[in-house]
Design a protein around this ligand. Sequence first.
Ligand SMILES: NC(=O)c1ccc[n+]([C@@H]2O[C@H](COP(=O)([O-])OP(=O)(O)OC[C@H]3O[C@@H](n4cnc5c(N)ncnc54)[C@H](OP(=O)(O)O)[C@@H]3O)[C@@H](O)[C@H]2O)c1
Length: 244
Amino acid sequence: MYHFNDWEVIVTGGTRGIGAAVSKAFLKADARVTAVYGGNETAAAAFKDAFHDDRLEIKKLDVSDYEAVEQFFAEYDQTHDNLRVLVNCAGIRRDAIVGMMSQAEWQQVIDVNLSGSFHMSKFATQLMLSMRFGRIINITSPSGKMGFPGQANYAASKAGQVALTKSLSKEVARRGITVNCVSPGFIATDFIAELEPALTQAYKAQVPMKRFGKPEEVAQAVLFLASDAAAYITGSVLEVTGGL
Ligand SMILES: NC(=O)c1ccc[n+]([C@@H]2O[C@H](COP(=O)([O-])OP(=O)(O)OC[C@H]3O[C@@H](n4cnc5c(N)ncnc54)[C@H](OP(=O)(O)O)[C@@H]3O)[C@@H](O)[C@H]2O)c1
């Protein structure tokens, strides 16, 4: 449906879950994809092997590490000249109620989900500015708007991504770069796989459509925001939640 002929796309968290579906959808639409992963080598290798496609490269990178991200982009710039799309999908949960949350649980989630989006966006924007074109899409969560018990760190990081999106969108709007969020509801990935069955049922009951979403359904929203059809949309949050 969409065509991104030889557009270069970076997807963080791009070898598993929602990010993997996003990478796959861009490849299917003829883009060239760099799928970034954090440390799960097995999943990354399996993802790469499933494609046999030289338009897909995988890259291990801790998005929470500023210097590593700077180095990644310095190398990326040597070998790529057409970065059009950045999708910040890397994310983690370390759930605990505030009274029991360790400082490390707080900090890790902020570092990966929020600071990681800042690090990647900063250097991607520098490349996109010279081309006067770009699409940055941050994967946030309804948790950032509603709050969920046990997710103060996660909700804060996800609300922060929305604020980052809105501010950055205003900085770069005149230079042909749009910055938006996609906010998925409950999506069936490893991310929520280990929830207790009773909690899974309770969450499902909250969703008006009475089912969890599929990663592919989120990917389609990302591709829409990257496409020409969304050229006048910036600073917005597109919800893919089954009505949550
Ligand atoms: N699933 C849901 O219900 C849901 C709902 C709303 C929002 N979201 C958001 O959607 C995004 C993707 O979630 P998902 O369900 O696809 O999760 P997932 O299946 O657990 O995948 C998470 C991805 O993030 C990568 N990652 C984690 N820490 C990283 C780091 N420090 N540097 C680089 N990459 C890192 C992982 O890499 P490895 O494979 O190497 O571990 C993995 O590829 C997250 O931002 C999440 O907050 C998910």
